[in-house]
Design a protein around this ligand. Structure first.
Ligand code: M7G
Length: 310
């Protein structure tokens, strides 16, 4: 079994880099896969009867001379076919370049399983009234645990990964690499800002009073990214998810050219647009219809379909 995985399912919350083996897990089901992103979501059984999910993403190729020099000297080519000047091979790369970026969620619950299972998607137009009568009661009853967020905010996990911290209790935040990013390739840069203040569930709760918080996250967050990774503010896309999976306000920062999962329309809402809307109309997000996509088996979709008869 994986004795390095702690109670939060976080295999490396203390910065321990020892190898973890997966002997205690067995294959149960392929929940989903994405051939374009080269990723697979696998449901596992563990020997103590609990479920786990393995999210495996093949890394993008490096784009620097040092890495490619190491790949060329350390690789072998397994021939597939040859025709005139054309030949194809399987390139077997050295270990340090052939790892697969993976996330283990263990133990996982039904909500995690539903989140990663391939399903039909629907567009939902949520009016303020729908939010009050359908979404908010649902969130209040069925939140995903925010333990991992509080662990980061309380410096109990991922401390060594913090890129920038603003400690003010009202407008403070922590900037750290997202779980989805290995931290290695800038083309797939993915960091997130977790706000220190508890109780802001999503953009729906934001008003003009939160502008100092949002502008601070944007300006100081982008500065910190520039200092640490050398990427200019014009190379970064910063956005919220609506609906998020975790109802504690956070901002996603990704490389502008990276088509990260859920970074498109009807899921991602640009931080700059949110700031602009709140400057124009202080209660914009309490008065707007917000549109999002969600999966068929998402209980929120089930509630909307029942309420609206479709
Ligand atoms: P979301 O919009 O609430 O959910 O974003 P979703 O994008 O997963 O649907 C939460 C973000 O937090 C995602 O980008 C996750 O990859 C990231 N995340 C989730 N967990 C459990 C962790 C974690 O333990 N550590 C870090 N650093 N990021 C996480």
């Amino acid at each position: 079994m994986v004795d390095e995985v702690d109670d939060n399912g976080d295999a490396n919350s203390t910065g321990d880099n020892s190898l973890v083996n997966m002997k205690g897990f067995s294959f149960k089901e392929v929940l989903g896969s994405d051939s374009a992103r080269k990723s697979a979501f696998i449901l596992l059984d563990s020997s103590n009867g609990e479920n786990a999910i393995l999210l495996a993403d093949k890394n993008a190729f490096p784009v620097d001379k040092t890495s490619w020099s190491a790949i060329l000297t350390g690789s072998t080519l397994k021939p597939i076919m040859k025709n005139d000047i054309y030949s194809s091979y399987t390139l077997c790369m050295p270990n340090e370049f052939s790892g697969v970026k993976s996330t283990l969620i263990y133990p996982c619950n039904e909500k995690h399983i539903a989140k990663y299972r391939d399903q039909k998607r629907f567009i939902i137009n949520e009016t303020p009234e729908d939010y009050r009568t359908i979404t908010l009661p649902y969130i209040q009853r069925n939140q995903m645990s925010l333990e991992w967020v509080y662990n980061i905010l309380d410096h109990k996990a991922e401390v060594d990964r913090i890129i920038y911290e603003e400690t003010d209790p009202h407008d403070g935040f922590i900037l750290a690499p997202d779980l989805k990013w290995s931290g290695e390739q800038l083309e797939c840069l993915y960091v997130q800002a977790l706000v220190r203040r508890k109780g802001i569930k999503s953009i729906r709760d934001l008003t003009a009073n939160d502008l100092p918080l949002l502008e601070g996250i944007r300006d100081k967050g982008l500065n910190a990214i520039k200092e640490k990774y050398g990427l200019d503010k014009h190379q970064i896309r910063a956005y919220f998810h609506y609906q998020p999976s975790f109802y504690h306000l956070h901002v996603h920062f990704i490389h502008v050219s990276y088509e990260a999962p859920a970074s498109g329309v009807a899921k991602a809402v640009l931080l700059d647009d949110v700031i602009n809307n709140l400057k124009l109309i202080p209660d914009f997000y309490q008065r707007s219809t917000l549109t999002f996509t969600a999966k068929e088996q998402d209980p929120l979709v089930v509630l909307f379909r029942a309420a609206k008869n479709w």
